[in-house]
Design a protein around this ligand. Structure first.
Ligand SMILES: [Zn+2]
Length: 122
């Protein structure tokens, strides 16, 4: 809570039971139609470089799957970003209920799935 980058982030009021549920919520907020074609959102950190971490309409409207391992942190969640909104409404976190497998493993497995599917199209 002391990270200044987090101060503008809103939390969705729903604790989503599953990852697809959180993704649908973020895509609804972003105005993405079901089945709409999206561009891969590639990871930019040393931990996820070369991985598809989420999907985007454009660099201004996008979401990514993330994991917050800090004590009392968000755990697995979807980061929704819409920079067409005013700054205080630009970022929303959609929390996902802790799954049976570790949340971190859940995130890594999903990103690997997207990445291997994405590389087939090239
Ligand atoms: Zn939500």
């Amino acid at each position: 809570m002391t990270d200044p980058r987090e101060t503008r982030e809103r939390k969705c009021k729903v604790l989503h039971p599953t990852m697809p549920d959180a993704i649908r919520c973020a895509e609804r907020n972003l105005g993405i139609a079901p089945g709409q074609k999206l561009q891969p959102y590639w990871g930019t950190t040393s931990q996820n470089a070369g991985m598809i971490v989420g999907w985007q309409v454009s660099p201004r409207k996008r979401w990514r799957l993330d994991y917050d391992a800090s004590p009392g942190g968000k755990g697995p969640h979807i980061n929704e970003e819409n920079f067409d909104n005013p700054p205080h409404l630009a970022k929303t976190a959609h929390l996902i209920a802790r799954p049976a497998i570790s949340g971190e493993l859940q995130v890594i497995l999903q990103q690997k799935k997207w990445t291997s599917a994405g590389s087939v199209e090239k």
